[in-house]
Design a protein around this ligand. Structure first.
Ligand code: C5P
Length: 396
């Protein structure tokens, strides 16, 4: 994916052991299409050689305020002109302190001071250094100066201790940077989503379920969070990581999903992506059903339609439904939209079964059908968010 295509990023690396993760970060940003200029502090070069970054980015690496003059001797100014962002990863406690003070005693601090683009920092340090009031004071100062803090995370540290202060992983930082550049179309809105399958118990060890992977719902949750929304994701059982900045509530059955959705209201927007089982076993057996008889008849009872129930409430959010169909997509999706009185239905033509990474999607709203260009699920999710945000703001 070319999520950073055309972006120019200055990657600042200060002197901490997490500098080794910045190598992977430089590679990931380059792979996402960014032009990456690496600037290191002297301390950082003790951990990773500049040559490593030069090989990964294909560009010269800058270290010294005195030797890196470029044509006019103004590397500290030239490097950020035309840059879309400066990202410092790792940012040590000392680097944060110097940044908070507005010092300019090496190339990296000087260019941070001279920049005219956003600054994002990924702190990385021992948990005690992070918790120290001096560091927290510096972080608060930087936040109020408009610096974006990415992390830190909690976990095992290089020193052997465990706690808050670990740098986010390279892939998380790259995703955070991509998210940073997404337009904030849903800023401050409360978005509630359902995703994944539901599992309907037959007995203590068996369930009725379907083949939903949850990928589309998770991609949409991520796209909504990237667009600045406060996102709650009610999820059936899936094997997917929770997207950054998303509150996730795990459920198993349709009844649990319904209760979790109602408890999570009110919301501004509700997006029902889950493949909810239409029926559940009427009376799940208390003990494992034993084999024996040649046939076994299950009695099923209808599950509540969560989307229809939410859409019919007096305080109904802006509701979006999904229609996964293997044929007659337009007819089925449009009739679903009308029946449930939804402003938007996302129609998904299921050709090769569920669970893939790409989708063929058409949006159905009051003005008609809008096919989206084929793409991976995250690209499609962002396009759906763009369309739904326009409808939502028009309706709001
Ligand atoms: O009517 P149908 O089940 O095909 O509609 C699909 C849409 O309704 C999806 O958005 C799905 O998440 C939602 N749905 C629901 N609760 C159900 C069944 C479907 O929220 N019990």
């Amino acid at each position: 994916m070319n999520d950073l295509q055309g972006r120019r990023i200055v990657l600042g690396v200060s002197g901490g052991i997490a500098a080794y993760k910045a190598c992977e970060l430089a590679r990931l940003m380059g792979k996402a299409g960014a032009l990456v200029d690496v600037v290191m502090t002297e301390g950082a070069t003790r951990f990773v050689a500049p040559l490593t970054f030069q090989a990964l980015t294909g560009r010269p690496v800058h270290v010294s305020l005195w030797q890196d003059g470029g044509d006019n001797g103004m590397a500290h100014i030239d490097l950020t002109r035309g840059a879309d962002a400066v990202l410092i990863a790792p940012a040590t406690a000392d680097f944060l302190a110097r940044l908070a003070q507005g010092r300019a005693d090496d190339l990296l601090t000087a260019l941070c001071l001279a920049r005219d683009c956003p600054l994002l920092v990924a702190p990385a340090m021992n948990r005690q250094m992070w918790a120290n009031p001096a560091t927290q004071r510096n972080v608060a100062q930087l936040r109020s100066d408009g610096v974006v803090m990415l992390g830190p995370a909690s976990g095992e540290q290089a020193c052997g201790e465990t706690g808050e202060g670990r740098m986010l992983e390279a892939v998380e930082l790259c995703d955070a940077l991509i998210a940073f550049f997404q337009p904030k179309r849903l800023s401050g809105r409360r978005v509630l989503l359902t995703a994944g399958p539901t599992c309907e118990p037959l007995d203590p060890v068996r369930v009725l379920t379907n083949l939903s992977s949850g990928k589309m719902g998770y991609a949409l949750a991520r796209a909504c969070a990237e667009a600045g929304a406060n996102v709650t994701l009610v999820s059936g059982p899936v094997c997917l990581p929770t997207p950054a900045d998303v509150r996730r509530i795990d459920v198993r059955s349709a009844l649990e999903m319904r209760d979790a959705v109602i408890a999570a209201l009110p919301a501004d927007i509700f997006i029902a992506v889950a493949a909810v089982a239409d029926y559940r076993p009427a009376a799940p057996a208390a003990h494992k059903i034993k084999k024996g008889a040649a046939t076994l008849t299950l009695e099923l009872t209808a599950n509540p339609d969560i989307l229809a129930e939410v859409a019919a409430r007096p305080d109904a959010p802006f509701c979006v439904g999904f229609a996964a169909e293997s044929e007659n997509l337009a007819a089925y999706a449009e009739s679903k939209r009308r029946a449930k009185r939804l402003p938007l239905v996302v129609g998904n033509l299921v050709q090769d079964g569920l669970g893939g990474d790409a989708n063929l999607i058409t949006l159905f709203d009051a003005t008609g059908a809008h096919p989206l260009p084929p793409g991976d699920k995250l690209t499609l999710a962002r396009a759906i968010v763009r369309h739904l945000a326009e409808l939502y703001h028009a309706h709001d």
